[in-house]
Design a protein around this ligand. Sequence first.
Ligand code: ADP
Ligand code: MG
Length: 393
Amino acid sequence: MRTLKELDARGKRVLVRVDFNVPLKDGEVADDTRIRASLPTIEHLLNQNAAVVLMSHLGRPKGVDPKYRLRPVAFRLEELLRQPVHYVPFPPGSDEAYEAVQNFGPGTVTLLENVRFEPGETKNDPELARRYARLGEAFVLDAFGSAHREHASVVGVARLLPSYAGLLFEKEVRALSKLLSGYERPYAVVLGGAKVSDKIGVIKSLLKRADKLLVGGAMAFTFIKAKGGEVGDSLVEEDKLDLARELLAEAEALGKPLLLPVDVVAAPEIRPDAPREVVPADGIPKGLKGLDIGPETRERFKAALEGSKTVFWNGPMGVFEVPPFDEGTLAVARAIAGLEGAYTVVGGGDSVAAVNKLGLADAFSHVSTGGGASLEFLEKGTLPGIEVLGGLP
Ligand code: ADP
Ligand code: MG
C-alpha cells in the first residue's frame, strides 16, 4: 500500500477522498469526529503547500438533494483548520466544479459537493472517474469508512492517478491488521448488536483467531433459541437458526468458548419507563423482550475478559440508545477500557457512540471510524480500497 509519506506534494494539486459522512442537525454538523479524523492528512498536505481538493459522500441522496449538501461541513472544517475552505456547490464531476478548482492555488483547501449527487458514483462509472481525475495530479484515499465500496471516488479515480493512503487510512489498516495477525493472546472478541446476519463473516474469521467469543445484544437470542431456549418476544432471526447452530458447532469443534448471556433485562416494550425484570436468558416469558444483558452476565463477561491481551469489540450489548437499557453496554465498555496492558479495539457505529458517550475513547488502543469497512476488513483481510493502493503494507 502506497502511503502519504511517499508523495512529494509540494506545489501539487492533490485530490483527497475523505469520509465526511457526518450527522447533521438543524443545518449544522452534530458530531465532527469524522472531520477531525482527517485533519492530520489535510494538515500534512498543507504543510507541503499543496492545493488540497477534498471530496466525500454524505448520506444516501438519489441525485442532487439540497438536504445533503456539504456546505455545513465546509463551515465546520473551516473552524477546525482555522483557514478558509472554498466550498464548490456543483456536482464534483461537472465542468463547473473543474473550472472552480482551477482558481485555487497552493496552500488552499477546497471542498467539493457530495459525490453521491453523481449518478455514476456508486456504479463506479469509468467516465465519472476520469472526470474526478482531472481535479488533481495525485490522489489520496483517507476515507477508510468507504474502503469497502467499489465507488468511482474510491477505487475508480485511484486507478487513474498516482494514489496513496492518507494518514487516517493507514492508521486504521495498521490498527485492524493487529487483530488478524501478530496479536498477543489471550485474545477475546465481544460481539453484540442487532443481527447475526450482519456479522457472520466476522464471527467466522475471528473464531479462527480469538481464544473466546462473548456474544450479547439481540444477536444472542438467535443463538439461544438455536440451542432450544425460550426467548419470549425478543428479536430473533428465524431464518438464521441453522446458521447459529453451525457457528456454535464450529466454536465447539475448535474448542473455543462462545459465551452467551445467562440472564437478561426484559421489558414488554422499548421505553425508558417500561417495567423491567431480570429473567434467565433462555427462559424469557412470552410478552417480554430481552433488551440488555443482565447483572450476572455482566459479571461473567467481565471475568472472561480479565487477563486478555487483545480485545476486539463490536456491537452494543442491549438497546443502549434507551437508558436504562444501556447499562450492560456501559459495563462491558468499562471492563474493556480497564484492562491493563491490553490491545483494545472498538469498531462499529453504535458501539463507538457508546464509548464516546462514556468518555472512554482514550482508554481504548484504537477506536475505529470504519463501521462496515472495519468488519469487512476483519472478515476478508483486505478491502477494495486497500488493493487499489497496492495491497496490505
Ligand atoms: P454497531 O453499529 O456497533 O456495529 P449494530 O448496528 O450491529 O452495532 O447494532 C446496534 C443496534 O442493535 C442498536 O440500535 C441496538 O438498539 C440494537 N440492539 C442491541 N441489543 C438489542 C436487543 N436486545 N434488542 C433489540 N435491539 C438491540
Ligand atoms: Mg450500527
